[in-house]
Ligand binder design. Structure first.
Ligand SMILES: Nc1ncnc2c1ncn2[C@@H]1O[C@H](COP(=O)(O)OP(=O)(O)OP(=O)(O)O)[C@@H](O)[C@H]1O
Length: 253
């Protein structure tokens, strides 16, 4: 088995409601894999399970064949799992590049909290970290924003900054939770191009997104959830033509 991540009979129950129910799937390395589904289908719950925020009620999650049960999110980050969040998690009192440098410390420094508290010495002492962060800001198209404060950046730029920060930890698998939410059409198109570039760098991308145009343009495979279960999985073209998906989701969207 060469899956980078595998879910086996995964279930998460909240007070009698199965938010995710007996879900099995595999994510092959490389490419862009999207997870879609109507509101309440279980997408966020699934991401929170895969990234260690929730513990499964039943079932298993394997990262490169190793069971992740009991591992905290930061331990999964060290195994190569990165993520961005639906709601921005940017530190507004740090410069844009410092936010990206923090992302690198989350992976490299076991005592990252103390590193955060001594950010000035980190900044002075770790030229490599800053250089790497600057390279990532260029990669996401924010080369002119390096020393600006997040409060001066557009919402679209902040979303890209989050992606740069997640990449700073050098993930092999990157979860993007609604990266296009709140963006206009141009910004969404740019995020789509960025997602493809991230995948071209060899980072496997798992995308949770409501914007169907974006999903269909950037994905290699799409997993469709409905009531916490797998409704369909396949290429964007196959998904768009799947009658179950059309009636349960796309048709009602
Ligand atoms: N912490 C929680 N406590 C109780 N129920 C929850 C909790 N989180 C999610 N649920 C329920 O689990 C189901 C799946 O919710 P989830 O947020 O994972 O869906 P989603 O597909 O991400 O939805 P959306 O597209 O609206 O973000 C819903 O019925 C929701 O009400």
């Amino acid at each position: 088995m060469n899956a980078i991540l595998e879910a086996v009979d995964l279930t998460k129950t909240f007070g009698g409601v199965d938010a995710v129910s007996q879900l099995s799937f595999a994510i092959e390395p490389g490419h862009v894999h999207s997870i879609i589904g109507p509101n309440g289908a279980g997408k966020t719950t699934l991401i929170n399970l895969l990234t260690g925020i929730y513990t499964p009620t039943a079932g298993r999650i394997l990262v490169e064949d190793s069971d992740t049960r009991g591992l905290a999110p930061y331990e999964l980050a060290r195994k190569g799992l990165g993520r961005t969040f639906q709601n921005l998690q940017i530190c507004m009192n740090m410069s844009a590049i410092e936010n990206v440098m923090v992302g690198r410390h989350l992976r490299l420094n076991r005592r990252f909290l103390s590193a955060l508290l001594h950010l000035k010495s980190v900044r002075a002492g770790d030229r490599d970290c800053r250089d790497k962060a600057a390279e990532l800001m260029r990669f996401v198209g924010l080369e002119r924003e390096i020393d600006r404060q997040p409060g001066e950046l557009s919402y679209g730029a902040l979303k890209r900054l989050e992606i740069a920060r997640a990449l700073a930890a050098e993930p092999r698998l990157l979860f993007l939770d609604e990266p296009a939410a709140g963006l206009n059409a141009n910004e969404t198109r740019d995020v789509g191009a960025l997602i493809r570039e991230v995948a071209a760098r060899g980072v496997t991308v798992v995308l949770v997104e409501h914007d169907m145009k974006l999903v269909m343009e950037v994905s290699d495979t799409v997993l469709v959830l409905n009531y916490g279960r797998r409704l369909a999985q396949g290429t964007p073209r196959a998904i768009q033509n799947d009658p179950d998906v059309v009636s349960a989701y796309l048709g009602g969207a």
